[in-house]
Write a protein that binds this ligand. Structure first.
Ligand SMILES: [Zn+2]
Length: 314
């Protein structure tokens, strides 16, 4: 059994995993404006509460898996680089914390890589050796596996920065310092900014909403709103460009699509994959596009898988 924690930007999700199954889970608000370190005592309490309520204890745990956003060094078990949120955790000694708090050794990994490990070990891409994963969350996270090995690169950055592939060189400023990144053009956080600049926004259904993102665009499109439909068409141009870049870079057999946007997979996927397949250079056929069955738990399953390997995946 392993303890797993996913430090997301909105919620910190905590799960107990045994035999590839999350058998107990809870979450606490991230309050990421206050930083990550301020949340650790409450995260520790939540872990202890979850163990107690599920009738287990730390003595039964083999390890603890921590999934972090940003660039992670899994050998030194630190967060190396992150933009905007959670910058207080840069260089933090996570191993020291988990030893003190739980008496358990940690594995630490980027959250999108963790999700890909989870999908390949237990989920929608089970058994695959060549896969890419795209998570449409607040931002857009990616990860890649080639010939059974996670793509990591010299500085732990390879594969995970797909949200920062450029899809419009004259585009929107991004937090990473670039402009026109996939994430700046077409992520959840970018949608209100992009939409407000388009003609016809003021009269659209979206303009009447206060807090909206992927789901609202899909709902209004399906309800026949022309502005939302044109906006969705533009988003699909960027999403498909980003995914074609990933196909060209990593030559996957399967593309795992995950995150909140995939609640609308039935309506979205035909349009998205049609454009991808029309744009990609594919000499051998085409990759399978699969939707993560449970994006909430794939990160936790991946971290448990890594804890089982005890860092041997490196
Ligand atoms: Zn960027």
């Amino acid at each position: 059994m392993n303890v797993t924690i996913d430090f997301g930007g909105t919620n910190i999700k905590i799960g107990l995993v045994r035999d590839g199954e999350v058998f107990a889970k809870t979450s606490i608000p991230a309050n990421s404006g206050e930083g990550m370190l301020a949340r650790l005592p409450e995260a520790e309490q939540a872990v202890r509460g979850l163990l107690g309520s599920s009738g287990t204890d730390l003595a039964q745990c083999k390890g603890i898996g921590l999934a972090l956003p940003g660039v992670v060094d899994p050998v030194r078990k630190t967060l190396v680089s992150i933009k905007e949120k959670y910058t207080d955790a840069l260089g933090f000694d996570f191993a020291g914390w988990t030893e003190r708090a739980f008496g358990l050794p940690p594995v630490v990994e980027n959250d999108a890589r963790a999700a890909l490990f989870g999908e390949v070990a237990y989920g929608a891409a089970k058994g695959e050796r060549d896969a890419v994963l795209v998570i449409f969350g607040t931002g857009i996270g990616t990860a890649a596996m080639m010939d059974g090995r996670i793509v990591r690169g010299r500085h732990d950055q390879a594969g995970i920065l797909g949200g920062h592939l450029t899809t419009d060189v004259y585009g929107q400023a991004c937090a990473c310092g670039n402009a026109g990144c996939l994430e700046a053009q077409a992520s959840h956080w970018a949608l209100p900014i992009r939409a407000a600049k388009r003609p016809g926004f003021a009269a659209s259904r979206l303009a009447q909403r206060t807090d909206w993102g992927y789901e609202a665009v899909m709902q209004d499109t399906l309800a026949g709103d022309e502005f939302a439909d044109r906006l969705l068409g533009d988003l699909i141009v960027h999403w498909s460009a980003g995914i074609v870049n990933l196909l060209n870079a990593y030559d996957p057999e399967v593309v795992v699509l995950s995150g909140g946007l995939m609640k609308s997979a039935d309506a979205l996927l035909p349009r998205l994959t049609e454009r991808i397949l029309a744009s990609a250079w594919l000499s051998w056929g085409h990759p399978r596009f699969v939707v993560a069955e449970d994006p909430e738990t794939s990160v936790l399953l991946g971290m448990s898988y890594l804890a089982e390997q005890n860092g041997c995946h490196l």
